[in-house]
Design a protein around this ligand. Sequence first.
Ligand code: PMP
Length: 384
Amino acid sequence: MKLAKSLQNIQPSYIREILAAASAPGVISLAGGLPANEKFPLALMTNSLMNLPNRAELFQYGNTAGYAPLLTHLKERYQLPHSHEGIVCTGSQQGLDLIARAFLNPNDIIVMEAPSYLGAIQVFGLTQANIKSVSQRSDGPDLDELENCFSTNDVTLFYAVPDFHNPTGVCWSLTVRQKVAALCNKYKVAFIEDVPYRELRFKGEALPLVSSFCPDNSLVLRSYSKIATPGIRLGLVTGRADWINTLNIVKQASDLHSSIPMQAVLLDLLEHDGFEQHLEELRQLYSVRYKALFQNVSLHLESYCHANEVDGGMFIWLSLPECDVDALAKSALEHGVAVVPSSVFYHDRTSVTPALRLNFTNASVEELAIAVERLAVVIKQYCD
Ligand code: PMP
């Protein structure tokens, strides 16, 4: 069969592909966006999992919007206004896909920061949207570029990750949050706020969601992959009821509903007395690992690259002098360390700035130190 037109320019995810090579014996992987396996809250989930055979009703077909007791809990947890609804998705990745399919036609103009989350580039690419990029600064998107883009194009939506961005780790300042919401309101651009890392802040105070400044002109995507486990594949989209109802129709056609037994297990976990403690321990561990990675990078690579400091999330972004980042990442793999080159995070490959994304949540402090030593050998070769 001939490939659909929408697929002809889509590349398979480099990260999904590199994950296989990165798990070869002896390779230390800083490539995936993987949470720490040893911190999966399985002990907190055991009773709930063991009790599933006594809850046959959970194994029947369920509601498309989600398991009702979980939805009630989540609406309360995130204090949704009465005019807003939620829909549980098969990971927030499915939420993105539903939004793109519900609200975009081929050639519709959408805006993303550059660099941006690879999974979002893929989803918007599949719907054949016309993707415009705005540069990212240390406190969020370049506001002049953003306003220029909004005022000169008929933009449908702006997709962004304001809390501990993937891949750069950037967290938007309060002022930028307010100004972006104001611009979205002024130019009637829907704001799609993707916040899978929001609860992984290990320094400083949480900032309000951008959507809190434009609640009826935005959708929020949340994920339970980082605070529970990725394998349960659960996420949530919230926003005004008419938009969520539209997503319901697309989800009916897509997979009827997400796994009800897993939604029941997630609800038990979120309501467990030990859940807040689990989150606290997770943040502490990630803080320790982040500091180890950052210190090793400063020690071995300071004269070659610049690493941004982060207050949470799972990644640091290592900016490099002009070089072939793809060749460098390949060579790093041969030297036993897997990293992701910046090129994969740009929709428009002509605007790539040389950098590497390093994950700090899935390797021990000792492994992080060895990984940076190996990386330093390669970077010195490429950048000297
Ligand atoms: N958005 C961003 C920014 C992500 O980094 C990821 C996962 N790495 C997702 C969405 C998808 O998460 P989920 O596992 O909930 O589908």
